[in-house]
Design a protein around this ligand. Structure first.
Ligand code: ATP
Length: 375
């Protein structure tokens, strides 16, 4: 039984000119107990609208939302539970720390005002100190909250949300005000905190690296709809569409015609601009169909070529080419390689002696040459 059920949620705004505008156009998903579920997508795709509808800040046009078996919203029956009765915690981009309160009082506030959880002074102290300990702020408990750094304030905002122990926690780009390094550090802490407290959470971000790093599952959204739901590994390794493939990480996108019938989870030959390639098919497809293919730049091995074709291997694709551009990215190097019929982007940590202008040999396994499920 999922903790949260969202069924066919629709909320369409009216544009400036009175025409149907953006919003959420029919979104469904379930979230399991203790799961960290991420809504990921470009600006304006409907992530925040979905979150606000779940919180009760926005009334959907159509749909059903249930939390822990209790209906919060149902457009058919007219159910619409008020936001303060939903047992949902929220942390927003513009987290609000109360400047007139100490760190401790900020974190204790939800417990002091809770209508459902009546705790005495000692219990509150114990709970708050345990959470402040988890976010590394215990030693600052007595400090005025204004004397915290930006990152510490963000941690305090998270601590406050976690102290309340809501049935569901909504996090809308909660790390967006932090610099890159702190953000990376906080995302690890956030995940640890979520797992330690066992709270079920929805995380909203437009940052794909962040989504891949922290989520149990991701829903990729586009234009008010969900393009794909899956684990980070599935979304990255088996994107369902060109949109998902392009949105999640750098990619080589090819097109081709299937030369033979492909079984589900099988390998088959595809004719492309770059020649015949052996490709992996997540689902079955008949010979003659056109298909889009994804090859991630880091799945291509690059080596200086001696001009000779390597010994052919049935499940390895080989392309000769010339390096047109070399970009140093720190721990890896990115190469743009001209091959017959097109270009390939390659990322490698092990290509020390390959340089601009070199004749190279690219190899990549059929298992990493993935046909998209949506052709
Ligand atoms: P971002 O990452 O930029 O916050 P988002 O994915 O959270 O984007 P939403 O805020 O959910 O997107 O907005 C979805 C669409 O609905 C956008 O096209 C937006 O312009 C539109 N929209 C949002 N709120 C309103 C509103 N109150 N009135 C009219 N249109 C709105």
């Amino acid at each position: 039984m999922p903790v949260l059920q969202v069924e066919n949620l629709k909320k369409q705004y009216v544009s400036f000119e009175g025409k149907p505008g953006g919003g959420v156009l029919g979104v469904s998903f379930d979230i399991a107990e203790r799961e960290l579920f991420t809504l990921l997508g470009p600006s304006g795709c409907g992530k925040t609208t979905t979150l606000r509808a779940i919180a009760g800040l926005e009334t959907p046009d159509v749909g059903r939302i249930a939390l822990a078996g209790k209906e919060l919203f149902n457009s058919k029956s007219g159910t619409n539970v008020a936001l303060y009765d939903r047992d949902i915690g929220m942390v927003f981009q513009s987290y609000a720390i109360w400047p007139h309160m100490s760190v401790f009082e900020n974190a204790a506030y939800p417990l002091r005002v809770s209508r459902t959880k009546r705790l005495d002074r000692r219990e509150i102290e114990k709970k708050v100190m345990a959470v402040l300990e988890m976010v590394g702020l215990a030693e600052f408990a007595k400090r005025p909250s204004t004397q915290l750094s930006g990152g510490q304030q963000q941690r305090l905002a998270l601590a406050r949300a976690f102290t309340r122990e809501p049935r569901l926690l909504l996090l809308d780009e909660p790390l967006s005000n932090l610099d890159a390094q702190l953000r990376e550090q906080m995302r690890i802490e956030l995940k640890r905190l979520q797992k330690e407290t066992g709270v079920t959470a929805i995380y909203v971000t437009h940052d794909q690296a962040e989504a891949l790093a922290i989520s149990d599952r991701i829903a990729v959204m586009n234009n008010g709809l969900i393009a794909q739901i899956g684990t980070p590994k599935e979304i990255y390794g088996r994107p369902a569409s060109e949109f998902v493939a392009n949105f999640i990480g750098r990619t080589n996108l090819l097109r081709g015609v299937l030369r033979q019938n492909a079984d589900a989870e099988g390998v088959a030959r595809v004719g492309t601009n770059l020649g015949e390639l052996m490709c992996f098919f997540p689902s079955a497809l008949k010979a003659g169909h056109t298909t889009a293919l994804v090859v991630r730049p880091e799945h291509i091995a690059i080596a200086k070529s001696n001009g000779a074709a390597p010994v052919a291997q049935p499940r390895v694709n080989w392309l000769p080419g010339t390096v047109m551009r070399e970009t140093y990215l720190g721990e890896i190097v990115e190469f743009l390689v001209a091959v017959e019929g097109g270009d390939m982007l390659v990322r490698s940590a092990l290509a020390g002696d390959v340089a601009n202008g070199d004749a190279v040999s690219l190899t990549f396994p059929a298992e990493r040459t993935i046909a998209l499920m949506e052709g």
